[in-house]
Design a protein around this ligand. Structure first.
Ligand code: ZN
Length: 115
């Protein structure tokens, strides 16, 4: 018996279990190739979402900066209107979250064995 990773929820489970005790994924019916395929697909979806969050953050930052410029006649003058400040802070947080997620996905990627 060995401890393996559930291909669906990534939690540690026994290699002998037929059903994941955490997410109830039916493991007995899946071949190892199928399990790897599902894990890769899930990872790919997560990467797409992390990129979407980063893109959303950049769009928000642009909207905040343009809004700050056009909302008042004075242009980019400190301090920005509170709503523009809110949008900019939010975009920054979204960007950091998206990038941190991407970094984590990169660091936790399955490594190929080299012979
Ligand atoms: Zn699971």
């Amino acid at each position: 018996m060995a401890i393996v990773q559930c291909p669906v929820c990534q939690k540690r489970i026994s290699s002998l279990s037929k059903v994941c005790p955490h997410c109830s994924a039916p493991l007995g019916e899946m071949t190892p190739e199928k399990q790897r395929e599902i894990a890769a697909l899930k990872r790919q979806r997560h990467i797409q979402w992390a990129k979407r969050i980063s893109l959303l953050a950049l769009t928000l930052a642009l909207a905040g900066a343009l809004g700050w410029w056009f909302f008042e006649d004075t242009g980019w003058q400190w301090p920005p209107p509170p709503w523009a400040m809110g949008v900019l802070v939010m975009s920054f947080l979204f960007y950091v979250a998206g990038r941190a997620w991407l970094l984590w996905l990169h660091l936790s990627r399955p490594r190929q064995r080299r012979f």
